[in-house]
Write a protein that binds this ligand. Structure first.
Ligand SMILES: Nc1ncnc2c1ncn2[C@@H]1O[C@H](COP(=O)(O)OP(=O)(O)O)[C@@H](O)[C@H]1O
Ligand SMILES: [Mg+2]
Length: 331
């Protein structure tokens, strides 16, 4: 794998002002995406995955604000860049598939016109070339009869087809980075597998680096080489997918893996994670997982939140004072 860093998020903090108070949605997220790799960002609903993605491209909702941190893309901080410069990067070099993106397709515009527009917004190619490219990309995403689809309207498509259309729009210009927020959530398993394999094929051909956001560890294990686990808006563990899933260090990751069924472990007993996710309007100074942690020790109660420290030679890291030991394999 090429190890050149393409996108680096450093200590990102994002808040959302609500009537209930200030929601600390992102609390010091750091991520590194290398050229050509797929990095999974996994965590439960509400853990700050979407807010992290929206912060990176500065497309937060009105009440949201990034208060500190850096997002380097090829050495330039996107958070400091002029918006006009950032617009040239968005969609062309870094593209994003938003969560529930297919519902954002324009209902009164034909599919072809929408895909062509996504291409010509950044590309100087002629309309005819853009149309050819659109048909090609729709076909690449496994859509049957793409020429006919170009003339259809969004309501004529199934959910799975619409999702492929938005993915096609995102990859049409062969971006260096694709941020895909739950690209297959809500689709049935067979369709999900089909779409993921198309995405994987495109990713490998064009060497696009992907930040794949999902609550589904199964998706991560199929698609990603590395994974970052997010809890209460911070990364609690990061490493090679096989290391993290087979030998999780953080008790949260360990609990998360025990809460989902695994095909390779038929006699596994599922155990939901005890307790409630933290209230992001009043986070304690300590580790956010402390109230639910089965392995908490005195230092966890006394000290402030542990940092994401390097634990072994392969860069497997966990933000934990008392990580799960490697000899305690997952039962
Ligand atoms: N538009 C919004 N207004 C207020 N709070 C929000 C909004 N969007 C998200 N949040 C809150 O921010 C936190 C992180 O949300 P999000 O990033 O969407 O989580 P995820 O994508 O991991 O499910 C959650 O507590 C969520 O309730
Ligand atoms: Mg989300």
């Amino acid at each position: 794998m090429d190890s050149r860093v393409l996108l680096e998020v450093r200590d990102l903090h994002t808040q959302i002002v609500t009537r209930r108070g200030v929601v600390k949605a992102v609390n010091g997220v750091s991520l590194t995406l290398h050229e050509g790799e797929v990095l999974g960002l996994v965590g439960e609903s509400g853990s700050g995955k979407t807010m992290t993605a929206l912060s990176i491209l500065r497309v937060l909702p009105y009440a949201g604000r990034t208060t500190s941190g850096q997002v380097f893309y090829r050495g330039r901080d996107l958070l400091k860049m002029r918006i006009s410069d950032l617009r040239r990067i968005r969609g062309k070099e870094i593209s994003m598939v938003m969560q529930n993106a297919s519902s954002a397709l324009d209902p009164v515009m034909r599919i072809g016109a929408q895909v062509v527009e996504a291409i010509t917004a950044h590309d100087t190619s002629s309309r005819r070339d853009a149309e050819r490219q659109a048909v090609q990309t729709l076909g690449d995403m496994g859509l049957p009869d793409p020429e006919r689809m170009m003339r259809q309207y969004p309501y004529q498509l199934s959910g799975g087809m619409a999702q492929r259309v938005v993915l096609a729009m995102a990859v049409a210009l062969r971006p260096s980075v694709l941020i895909a927020d739950e690209p297959t959530s809500g689709l049935d398993v067979t369709l999900q597998a089909e779409i993921l394999s198309r995405l994987q094929q495109l990713q490998q051909e064009s060497r696009t680096a992907v930040l794949l956001i999902t609550h589904d560890i199964g998706v991560v294990s199929v698609m990603a080489q590395r994974v970052a686990v997010i809890y209460a808006g911070s990364i609690v563990e990061e490493g090679e997918v096989r290391h993290v899933l087979d030998y999780p260090l953080h008790p949260y990751t360990w609990s998360l893996l025990r809460a989902v069924p695994r095909i390779d472990n038929s006699d596994q007993r599922l155990e939901p994670i005890k307790g409630m996710p933290p209230d992001l309007t009043s986070l304690p100074d300590q580790c956010p997982f402390l109230p639910r942690c089965p392995k908490a020790v005195t230092v966890c109660r006394l000290d402030s939140r542990p940092s994401l420290d390097r634990v072994d030679m392969d860069g497997h890291r966990a933000a934990c004072y008392n990580p799960v030991r490697h000899d305690q394999r997952l039962a």
